[in-house]
Design a protein around this ligand. Sequence first.
Ligand SMILES: [Zn+2]
Ligand SMILES: [Zn+2]
Length: 261
Amino acid sequence: MADKELFDQYEHALRTIATLAHDKTSDLVSRIDYDVMTPEQCAAALLAEYPEIVRTYGIAAADIAREYYQQERELAMLEDEYGSYDALPANPGAYEWAVEDVRKSAAAGVDMLPGEALRRIYQRADRTIAENARRDPAHPMWAIIPHPGACGWCLMVAANGWSYSSQRAANAQRHSNCRCSVAIDFNRDHPSLEGYDPDAYYDVYDQALQALGGDDGIFAQWDALSPDEQAKYRRSGRGVYDVFKMKVVTAKMDEITGHTH
Ligand SMILES: [Zn+2]
Ligand SMILES: [Zn+2]
């Protein structure tokens, strides 16, 4: 069983750092005068500070995740079985991330940037855990732990339960502003964390599916849409109906759990 107190400490520390990055970015965004500045000047002003925010808080997040990994491993007492292991912080291309976020926000609206900053901080922590889980011969299991009041999408991801593949942890489908955390457990046969119940999340998914009349009901909704409306669900790498179904089901899950965005 993963140590609940240790996870809670980690979750709290990570949330604090990510919130600071979010707030710093909000402050940066609010200082830009879009009426006076050209789009190029806006982008330059964002690029002058945003990468540093992502970098500084990202380093702190990676360090906290590294510490969490190390402490959880020490509590599991695996030295005899697997030898000692020194966890390392992940060092992704934080600058590339930052440039990508600024470019995206130039197209989709700069108000999204604080939420993106928060996402990047969590991603760096995710990467740290995933890279160590892959490198360490003890290969812990990992799970995405939804925060209290998480949205339908996050509950659906959390319903997947404990997994071996750290690649999926690294590429966790985090939406902007997502505050879910990744937990690890070295008990590979019976991984668990107090309060984390993937079956309960799956039940919510199933309830939503039933309430929508199952696949037939959802397909009937889809069929009733005009081609223009259907085209709105086009994403690269995923079937357009699957995207629609996911949207409808997770929205229904939000309704069931009372989640509001
Ligand atoms: Zn969510
Ligand atoms: Zn989330």
